[in-house]
Design a binder for this molecule. Structure first.
Ligand SMILES: NC(=O)c1ccc[n+]([C@@H]2O[C@H](COP(=O)([O-])OP(=O)(O)OC[C@H]3O[C@@H](n4cnc5c(N)ncnc54)[C@H](OP(=O)(O)O)[C@@H]3O)[C@@H](O)[C@H]2O)c1
Length: 326
């Protein structure tokens, strides 16, 4: 990307940490396609394909990636590391986020599994380690004690959570604050057609605590690109796991998609780009997004979405039209 484009993308602080991230990061759950439960949603990607996604994301200004233990139990992390190596990226030039899987586990597994995360991502270090969901057998106190230990021992640089409610997030924040540490982020589903966090207290609490909201499925699995609104057959060809509950949302969002389409035309951009740009700008710097990709062209489009300047009027118009998804 050119110097001018690069300068246009201003980075933000990840919560109250010193880590600087671009408003859009690259989600790489898709790198575990074809394995475990991921095969119900995504086919396998070759290394050539995943390397291309990584390089294209970087070339289009994205400076961070989100992966997880749950995405193929190391496969997504390994493919991400291979992609970064193939692109000749140095550790200091990229920010990586991964997650610990708490299901059916106790907090002691955080310390037991951190070396696996490090090995899979090697030689890249972990900037953000997240508790994937609030379902461990152990108490929050024990989980955040373990997270604080691995942070203090230098294995990770910051601590985040995912899919935590407003109360759970506040509890996590308070436990860490007692130790003099910050809670960097809460990763939750947030998009123009799923705005629940605006009414269940998560967004307000994040703003108050200075916690970054990382939006997962910011395109609601591709629906917000408008491609299924235009082509029903394309939607019908999706695996069942991706179709569940989507049909109704596609129908309900036609007016919103039409508006996004009009605004996209005025900015010589696409529906998906306008949807992403709204998400990472409407609430100031609180919300960042990690769209996934199965093709390099999607990573390119999603990275370029950061450079669009939507007017206050356009941002408000989009907000109004999507209120039915609050
Ligand atoms: N913390 C959690 O619990 C959690 C849960 C889910 C996901 N995540 C994270 O969030 C990331 C994103 O979530 P997601 O992948 O579920 O949803 P998403 O970003 O809303 O959708 C990604 C999918 O939409 C399609 N797409 C992407 N960009 C597009 C574009 N510009 N135009 C048209 N289609 C496009 C691609 O699928 P096709 O090419 O197949 O259409 C892509 O795989 C994941 O990679 C993962 O890192 C976290």
């Amino acid at each position: 990307m050119s110097k001018v484009q690069e300068e246009k993308i201003s980075k933000r602080k990840l919560g109250k940490t010193a880590i600087e991230i671009t408003p859009i990061g690259q989600g790489v759950m898709q790198f575990a396609g074809g394995t475990t439960f991921m095969k119900l949603m995504y086919p396998a990607l070759t290394d050539k394909q995943s390397n291309n996604i990584v390089k294209t994301a970087l070339d289009n200004g994205i400076n961070w990636f989100d992966t997880a233990e749950a995405y193929g139990f190391g496969l997504s992390e390994e493919k991400l590391s291979r992609g970064l190596k193939a692109a000749n990226v140095e550790d200091k030039d990229v920010i990586l986020a991964t997650k610990w899987l708490p299901m059916m586990r106790r907090a002691k597994s955080i310390k037991k599994t951190i070396q696996n995360r490090i090995n899979h991502l090697n030689p890249y270090t972990i900037d953000l380690h997240q508790i994937h969901m609030p379902y461990s057998f152990s108490s929050f106190q024990k989980q955040f004690d373990a997270m604080a230990d691995i942070l203090n021992e230098g294995y990770i640089k910051s601590i985040g959570i995912s899919n935590f409610s407003a109360n759970q997030m506040t509890k996590a924040h308070d436990i860490l604050a007692e130790k003099g540490l910050v809670l960097a982020s809460n990763q939750v589903n947030y998009s123009l057609i799923n705005r629940k966090i605006e009414r269940n207290g998560i967004l307000d609490a994040a703003k108050e605590l200075g916690v970054t909201i990382i939006s997962w499925s910011p395109l609601q699995s591709g629906i917000l690109s408008g491609k299924y609104h235009k082509d029903e057959q394309l939607f019908n060809s999706l695996p069942y796991a991706r179709k569940m509950r989507s049909k109704k949302r596609i129908k309900e969002s036609q007016d919103l998609i039409d508006l996004l389409d009009n605004i996209a035309e005025a900015h010589v951009s696409s529906i998906a780009q306008i949807a992403l740009n709204w998400l990472v700008n409407y609430h100031g710097e609180t919300v960042v997004a990690i769209p996934g990709a199965t093709k390099a062209s999607q990573a390119e489009s999603n990275g370029k979405a950061m450079s669009i300047d939507l007017s206050k009027n356009e941002l408000n118009e989009i907000e109004e039209k999507s209120r039915i998804f609050l």
